[in-house]
Ligand binder design. Structure first.
Ligand code: GAL
Length: 663
């Protein structure tokens, strides 16, 4: 058993710990309670800058020394935060030029958090100085297990449009294009008289009378992701220099935000960590949770990862902050573990008494330890101890869902054929359909290694470079199965249309040529010849060299292909030219998975999630999570690590319960 964080003998358990909000007497109660709950890892100092550096260059570590020592004395390891996500008022007051500016030119003030421009040199210098001090001070501290750089980069300030950002954007563009001519070509500036004749003329896509240049928008998003990543690297490099043996992370928001290119981020983190919160109003929110976990695992290259934050119960930032039902937090945490996390941490240890998050749940609620939440926290700690041997094992999937952030950004711009043809919802729908079929999926980048997957799904891949299109073609030519969703393969990496008939980048691979899009009006549907119903989208085209499995059955596109399949030796390329509801998509994907030889993890009743983790030595762990209100039976056997009981098939799994079978 090799844990993700070397010092932990098993899975990580704990949360964000903000001792500066409490008195030293409370700290002592905290560590005693942490031990009672089985906490072994806490994140300290995420928002402590104002306490660590109360005045420019005057650092005060006494209080943190005491906290670190107290934690070490109680055998609790620390994920030590660099505290740079919230510059203190003295800093922003002295450097108003470091505050971010929105697209309308409005400066955003301090008084909340993340009020800084990612390109600001003065912010970067101050952050680097604080990190240097922290790393030097705690390099050899026995509690230090992991560095937590910043917090949720880009959560509130993903884009800044100020003059400093404009200059940094130009530098980024010079690196990307080398010459103005190349930039003009890539941006298609022959359109609307947008031709640039000097670099100084180029701006971030600030508010403008109508649609801005699409490639300018796309490049600006790429730049903003890179610029924040640069802030991370700056801190990471200082930490690596001073403490080369301590792993570094920053908490991502995979599947909560799509603003940053997390494929690039994943490569830079020693430990990939993620924050996930249920969207209370979403009836499928436990499936959304699985998607976040699958995506995080994929960003980690399949290696174990850390759930850095989730909630024991309600959050404070949704319109209606619904509390979690008994057992729900346990299912949530164990689902993340099932899908590859080597630890489950919460925001936050003790619910705040003041501030904007005072109504956010914590591990120690306002009510104290005589509470549902505390009892569940203690139980989860004991569950995670029982699962210690799971640490270090990985999840295997036969299916990959392609996801490219640039493509999402480009697809979700305005001035397209239909505002309904969005990417993220489609990706979620295809993942949800696999989830319901009991099939575990990874996410992959179209340029990544796809060879180990039996099946690759491309629900929404509007932007596709020639190189990535060729990679998909080789995957199919080597025997893989690929399913392509509508409005994919339309434009190249500069968002220029592939000419000659849609989907230009994939026309030959799919054997289909589309000449015109016929998006549907709001609520309109179109019948298909196989009994399914098309939504949002239809198109006029023909199969040049593919088997037509269904056509559009009415209206101006009647007879055009809606579903096709083309064989390439033992490889197959499917094309879906419209959108389906979950039932029709379920039927299609069941046909596709069967043809590709992809099987569910186990046969389990609807609403029971089954995922397997595996150690290289062959030991496996089958996680079974019953999300239904009914007791179910499943034909499986093994030793349930949570109860210690040996199960002879069938397993009876009560409503809302979880079993983890060692097999
Ligand atoms: C996260 C953030 C935490 C806390 C939490 C509340 O986005 O990292 O600091 O604000 O949300 O749900």
């Amino acid at each position: 058993m090799q844990s993700l964080i070397l010092q932990l003998a098993g899975l990580g358990y704990g949360g964000d710990y903000n001792p500066e909000q409490w008195s030293p007497e409370v700290w002592r109660e905290d560590v005693a309670l942490m031990r009672e709950a089985g906490v072994n890892l806490v994140t300290v100092g995420v928002f402590s800058w104002a306490f660590l550096e109360p005045a420019p260059g005057r650092y005060e570590f006494g209080w943190l020394d005491e906290v670190m020592d107290l934690l070490a004395d109680h055998g609790i390891f620390v994920d030590l935060a660099t505290g740079t996500a919230s510059p203190p008022p003295w800093f922003s007051h002295a450097h108003p030029e470091s505050l971010p500016v929105d697209a309308d030119g409005r400066r955003l003030w301090y008084g909340s958090r993340q009020a800084f421009c990612p390109s600001s040199p003065v912010y970067r210098q101050a952050a680097a100085a604080l990190v240097e001090q922290l790393a030097t001070r705690y390099a050899d501290h026995p509690a230090l297990a992991l560095w937590h750089v910043h917090n949720e980069y880009g959560c509130h300030n993903p884009r800044c449009y100020c003059d400093v950002s404009a200059a940094a954007f130009r530098t980024w563009l010079r690196r990307r294009y080398g010459s103005l001519d190349d930039l003009n070509r890539a941006w298609g500036t022959a359109f609307w008289s947008q031709r640039y004749t000097a670099w100084e003329q180029i701006l971030p896509p600030r508010a403008t009378p109508t649609f801005p240049n699409p490639t300018q928008l796309l490049d600006f998003q790429r730049f903003c992701s890179d610029e924040l990543l640069e802030c991370y690297r700056l801190e990471r490099d200082i930490l690596r220099r001073i403490t080369p043996d301590v792993p570094v992370t920053t908490n991502l928001m995979a599947a909560s935000t799509w603003e940053l290119d997390y494929w690039a981020w994943g490569r830079e983190l020693d430990v990939v960590s993620n924050d996930h919160y249920l969207w209370a109003a979403d009836p499928h929110n436990h499936i959304g949770l699985s998607l976040a976990a699958d995506l995080t695992r994929s960003l980690a290259g399949g290696r174990p990862w850390l759930l850095m934050e989730h909630s024991t119960s309600a959050v404070n930032w949704q319109p209606r902050n619904v509390a979690k039902k008994p057992g729900q937090a346990r299912r949530n945490s164990l689902t993340h573990i099932a899908r590859g996390a080597d630890g489950a941490l919460f925001f936050q240890w003790r619910a705040s008494a003041a501030g904007a998050e005072k109504f956010h749940s914590g591990m120690v609620p306002h009510a104290g330890t005589d509470s549902k939440i505390w009892r569940e926290v203690v139980r989860l700690g004991s569950d995670l101890r029982s699962l210690a041997e799971v640490a270090g094992s990985t999840v295997e999937a036969d299916v990959a869902i392609l996801l490219d952030y640039s493509s999402i950004w480009a697809q979700e711009q305005d001035s397209h054929p239909s505002r309904d043809m969005t990417a993220v919802e489609e990706i979620r729908a295809w993942h949800r359909t696999l989830w319901r079929a009991g099939i575990t999926a990874d996410f992959a980048h179209p340029g990544g290694d796809l060879s180990r997957y039996r099946l690759v799904l491309a629900p929404a891949l509007y932007l596709l470079s020639a190189e990535h299109a060729a990679a998909l073609a080789s995957y199919v030519h080597e025997g893989g199965s690929l399913v392509v969703g509508p409005f994919s393969g339309i434009a190249d990496e500069n968002d220029h249309i592939w000419l000659g008939g849609y989907p230009g980048a994939l026309r030959d691979l799919l054997g289909v040529r589309v000449e015109e899009f016929f998006p549907l009006l709001e609520g309109e549907t179109i019948p298909l010849s196989n009994g399914a119903t098309g939504r949002i989208w239809s198109e006029l085209g023909r199969a040049t060299d593919a088997e037509v499995l269904a056509t559009f059955a009415s209206g101006p596109v009647a007879g055009s292909p809606a579903l096709t399949r083309k064989q390439h030796g033992s490889g197959t390329a499917w094309y879906v030219a419209t959108r389906f509801d979950d039932d029709d998509l379920g039927k299609l994907l069941s046909q596709v998975t069967e043809a590709a030889g992809v099987r569910p993890t186990v046969e389990a009743p609807a609403g029971v999630e089954a995922v397997r983790r595996r150690h290289p030595d062959g030991r496996t762990y089958l996680f079974l999570i019953n999300h239904t209100d009914d007791d179910v039976t499943i034909s499986v056997e093994g030793k349930d690590l949570l109860t210690g009981r040996t199960i002879a098939s069938p397993l009876r799994l009560p409503a809302g319960d979880v079993a983890v079978l060692q097999q």
